[in-house]
Design a protein around this ligand. Structure first.
Ligand code: NAP
Length: 252
């Protein structure tokens, strides 16, 4: 069957892989998933994949034109705000429908000891009041904010971080999903007394929050950047709603 429509999925998340997986066999639909190329051995979505930046808003707009893209799904991580802003502008310029898939953030429950911060710097300022042995799960970026603290860090990341990193640190290379038992063991083994996380949401990395609650360990949670707004920006929270939107928009 000839290609009738082309969909670009901005990815790098489990949700993006599921969206691609649900749509990739749709007759007449070309689904291209895009990854930034940050991770050395990324989890690849099913189907066609391109890897690497587009070259800003203008580069993305050009790519949409060159590939005759009919719709864009931005299923990037809630903290990947730059590519989302580029998608909003590039889609507006090229009159391409855009759907942003933003999974819900986490909410504290009974027994949680959460401290909300806006930035890694705020997290670093707060940490000495909360503990001495920190489980830092905010990824490889933004470690510089913690570099000068006189605390011990267990830094978990997918790939080895580049300096500057905390002075007293052990790096644990791992990729989710994680289990509550596994997270509980990590907290105990390393005598962790405070956890730092972004409000990533989703189930892949939520187990650490339950383990911290059980151990009565405080958690520093970095707030998300604001969601994009404006004419033409549509938002959903689930993979199912995303797939339904694509089918409806592209009539596939
Ligand atoms: P970002 O700050 O929003 O984007 C930085 C630049 O990376 C963008 O300007 C773009 O380069 C390129 N880029 C980002 N996502 C891309 C994609 N899906 N396809 C092609 N180019 C992309 O992004 P980030 O926070 O560095 O995250 C990079 C990727 O990792 C994202 O795809 C995201 O879904 C995934 N991820 C991020 C986090 C996180 O905590 N930030 C966590 C898990 C996964 P050009 O300007 O050259 O186009």
């Amino acid at each position: 069957m000839p290609i009738l429509s082309t969909l670009l999925v901005l990815g790098g998340t489990g949700e993006a892989r599921r969206v691609a997986g649900a749509l990739v066999t749709t007759p007449g639909l070309r689904v291209v998933s895009s990854l930034a190329g940050r991770v050395k051995a990324p989890s690849l979505p099913p189907g066609e994949v391109r890897i690497g930046g587009f070259g800003g808003t203008a580069g993305l707009a050009q790519w949409l034109r060159d590939n005759r893209v009919d719709a864009v799904v931005d299923a990037t991580h809630p903290f990947a705000a730059r590519i989302t802003a580029h998608a909003v502008r590039a889609c507006a310029t090229t009159a391409t429908p855009l759907l942003v898939l933003s999974r819900p953030g986490w909410t504290a429950g009974p027994g949680d000891l959460w401290h909300w911060v806006r930035t890694p710097t705020e997290a670093a300022e707060l940490l000495p009041d909360l503990g001495r042995r920190v489980f830092l799960t905010t990824g490889r970026q933004d470690l510089a904010a913690f570099a000068d603290l006189d605390l011990w860090f267990l830094v978990r990341a997918v790939d080895p971080p580049e300096p500057p990193v905390p002075r007293h640190a052990e790096v644990l290379l791992a990729r989710g999903p994680f289990t509550v038992d596994g997270e509980r063991d990590l907290l105990e083994q390393h005598r962790i007394d405070v956890l730092v996380t972004k409000d990533s949401g989703g189930i892949m990395t939520a187990a650490k929050l339950m383990a911290a609650r059980d151990a009565r360990i405080p958690v520093v949670v970095q707030r998300r950047p604001p969601l994009p707004t404006g004419p033409g920006v549509e938002l959903v929270a689930t993979v199912e709603d995303t797939v339904a939107w694509v089918r409806d928009r592209l009539e596939v």
